[in-house]
Design a binder for this molecule. Structure first.
Ligand code: FB9
Length: 505
C-alpha cells in the first residue's frame, strides 16, 4: 500500500489530478490497474491518504461484463460451433459424423449448442444421418468477441450482443468501481509516518512537539464485541416461562434426566406391557442397573391399582414386576417430574390436612429412542403445565388452553380426542397458525386419571389437568427453520445463534 500511496502522490504532483485510476500503472508492474482487485487495492491507499486530507477522491461506477467460467472456456478454447465444425469431416472426405459420435468427441453440452449455431453459420450441413463441413475454414467470431469482452468488459457490437451473452450465461454484468483523485489540503509528495501513540520516550525527549500524529478516526467501527448469545431455543423458553409466571405458575424441578421406570411409567399408570416402555422407544440405563425403591406405601398403592385396580378402576390385571419398576431410564417426558410434584402435594395434604391448589410447569429435555428425521431428534424439550384443584373439569382444561395459547398468538384452537395412558379424557390440540395459514398440531393434554392421582393420596375430588408441547416446534416455526438439525446439534451455524432475533410471541 505504501508504494501505491507514494506513486499516487507523485502522479498528482506531476498531473495535478488523476482523472481515471484505471489508467494508473501498478507500481512494480508494467500493466495498468485494469482489474477490480487493482482498483480496490488503490482504494485502500486512497482511504488512508484521504484520512490525512492529503488527497480527495470520488468513486466512479461503470457497468462491466465479466465472463463466466464457461465464457472463459470458450474464449480460451473456441466456441461450441467452432468445435463442431472442427470435429466433422469435410464433405466427401469420410463418413458424415453422426450426432451421437459428435457428442462423444466434443461432449453433449458443446454438441447440443454448437451444431445449431454451426448450421446457422453455414459452416456445416446434414449429409445422410450425419454432419459434414460446408466451408474449409472459419473465423470463430464468438471466441474473438468473448476475448474482447474479457479485455474490455464490453462487447464491440454493444448491448444486444451482451444481452445474448448474459442469456447464454457466458457473461455476467458487474459494477466496476474506479476513482478520480485530486490533491487535498494536506497534500505533500511524501507519505510521512504518522505517530499513532504518544509514548513516554516522546514525552521525555520532547519529540512529541513536532511529531505528526494520526488523526483519530471517530467513524472507525469498534472491534465487534462478541457477547454471549442465547440459543433460539432458550429465547423461546424464556417466552414460555414468562407466560407461565404471569399466569401464576411455579416451575417444577426437572434436573433428573435419569428417572426410575416407577416415576416415568408406573406412577403414571402406564401398564408394564405398554409398547412405549420397549427399548425401541425408551433409553434404558445399564449402570446403575436399578433405582432406589420408591416409598413402600406408595409403591404398594401403585402396584395394587395396576394389578387389581381400585378407586373405581379395574386396573390392568396384568403381570407386575417390581424389578421392572426399578429399572432406570432416560425420562421420556417431564410428566415424570409432574408425578413427583403431585405426590409431594399429596404428602403435604397428608401432613397438613389442607389441600393447596397448584399450578406447576416444567420445560426441560426428554429422551425418546426414535428415528431421527428433519423434525425429530432422540431428545427434545418438553413444555408441560399442570393445574391441580378440586372439581376441575374438561371445560376448565379447554378454557385454560385457549388462554395459554392465546398468549402465544394462537387464537383459533381445535381439540381432537386422543389417548394417553395417564389422562382420560385426552385431547390433541390444534391451532390455526396465522403466518403459516394452516392448522398445526400444537400439543396434547388431558385430565390425569384417578388411578394416577388417588394412589398418591390426593383428595378424591381433586382433579388435575395437564398439557404438553415441545419447545423445538414453536422455535423452528418462529425462526423459519425447517430442519431440526440446524436448530440443535453440530450443524448449527454459530453466527445464526448470535444473529437470531429476540422472540416476542
Ligand atoms: O409441540 C408441538 N407442536 C407445536 C407446538 C407449538 C407450536 O407453536 C407455533 C409457534 C406457534 C407449533 C407446533 N407438538 C408436540 C405437536 C407435534 O409437533 C408432534 O408431532 C410432536 N410432539 C412431540 C412429541 O413427539 C413425539 C410435540 C411433542 C409433545 C407431544 C405431547 C406432549 C409433549 C410434547 C405432551 C403431553 C401431555 C399430555 C397430557 C398431560 C401432560 C402432558
Amino acid at each position: 500500500m505504501e508504494a501505491i500511496s507514494t506513486y499516487i502522490l507523485s502522479v498528482l504532483q506531476k498531473d495535478g489530478t488523476i482523472v481515471d485510476t484505471r489508467k494508473l500503472l501498478l507500481p512494480g508492474t508494467s500493466r495498468n490497474a485494469t482489474s477490480q482487485e487493482d482498483q480496490l487495492a488503490i482504494q485502500g491507499s486512497l482511504n488512508s491518504l484521504q484520512s490525512r486530507d492529503m488527497i480527495k477522491y470520488t468513486t466512479q461506477e461503470t457497468l462491466m461484463h465479466e465472463l463466466t467460467p464457461e465464457g472463459n472456456d470458450l474464449a480460451d478454447n473456441g466456441s461450441h460451433e467452432a468445435r463442431v465444425w472442427a470435429a466433422v469431416p469435410s464433405k466427401g472426405q469420410g463418413e458424415p459424423l453422426a450426432p451421437a459420435a459428435l457428442q462423444g468427441i466434443i461432449g453433449a453440452a458443446s454438441a447440443k449448442v454448437g451444431q445449431g449455431r454451426a448450421m446457422k453459420n453455414g459452416w456445416i450441413g446434414k449429409e445422410g444421418a450425419g454432419f459434414v463441413k460446408l466451408v474449409p475454414q472459419i473465423t470463430d467470431q464468438a471466441q474473438i468477441d468473448l476475448r474482447q469482452v474479457r479485455e474490455t468488459g464490453t462487447h464491440p457490437k454493444g448491448e444486444k450482443e451482451l444481452a445474448d451473452l448474459r442469456k447464454r450465461k457466458l457473461a455476467v454484468q458487474k459494477k466496476f468501481l474506479w476513482f478520480t483523485v485530486e490533491k487535498g489540503p494536506e497534500f505533500s509528495i511524501s507519505v510521512e509516518k504518522l505517530e499513532t501513540d504518544l509514548t513516554v520516550e516522546m514525552l521525555a525527549s520532547g519529540a512529541w512537539k513536532d511529531a505528526k500524529f494520526k488523526k483519530y478516526n471517530f467513524e472507525a467501527e469498534g472491534l465487534p464485541t462478541s457477547g454471549g448469545a442465547l440459543h433460539p431455543l432458550l429465547k423461546v423458553r424464556e417466552e414460555f416461562r414468562n407466560i407461565f409466571f404471569e399466569m401464576g405458575f411455579a416451575e417444577m424441578p426437572t434436573s433428573t434426566y435419569v428417572e426410575s421406570a416407577f416415576w416415568n411409567f408406573d406412577a403414571l399408570f402406564v401398564p408394564q406391557q405398554h409398547p412405549a416402555r420397549e427399548m425401541q422407544d425408551t433409553f434404558y440405563v445399564s449402570d446403575p442397573v436399578a433405582s432406589m425403591p420408591p416409598q413402600p406405601d406408595y409403591h404398594a398403592e401403585v402396584t395394587k391399582v395396576h394389578t387389581v385396580g381400585g378407586y373405581g378402576s379395574s386396573g390392568y390385571r396384568a403381570p407386575w414386576s417390581d424389578e421392572e419398576t426399578q429399572k432406570l431410564v432416560l425420562r421420556t417426558h417431564t410428566t415424570a417430574s409432574s408425578a413427583r410434584a403431585l405426590k409431594q402435594l399429596a404428602d403435604e395434604y397428608k401432613q397438613t390436612g389442607v389441600f393447596r391448589p397448584a399450578k406447576l410447569f416444567s420445560i426441560d429435555r426428554v429422551f425418546r429412542n426414535e428415528a431421527v428425521d428433519a423434525t425429530h431428534l432422540a431428545e427434545f424439550h418438553q413444555v408441560e403445565g399442570v393445574v391441580a384443584d378440586r372439581g376441575l373439569t374438561l371445560g376448565d382444561l379447554i378454557g385454560f388452553m385457549q388462554t395459554f395459547f392465546k398468549k402465544m398468538g394462537l387464537e383459533h384452537l381445535r381439540f381432537k380426542p386422543a389417548y394417553n395412558p395417564y389422562t382420560e379424557p385426552s385431547l390433541e390440540i390444534f391451532a390455526f397458525h396465522p403466518q403459516l395459514h394452516k392448522w398445526v398440531e400444537i400439543g396434547n393434554s388431558g385430565m390425569f386419571r384417578p388411578e394416577m392421582l388417588e394412589p398418591m393420596g390426593l383428595p378424591k375430588d381433586v382433579r388435575v389437568h395437564g398439557w404438553g408441547l415441545s419447545l423445538e416446534r414453536p422455535t423452528m416455526i418462529r425462526y423459519g427453520i425447517n430442519n431440526i438439525r440446524t436448530l440443535v446439534g453440530h450443524k448449527v451455524p454459530i453466527d445464526s445463534v448470535e444473529k437470531s432475533a429476540a422472540v416476542r410471541f
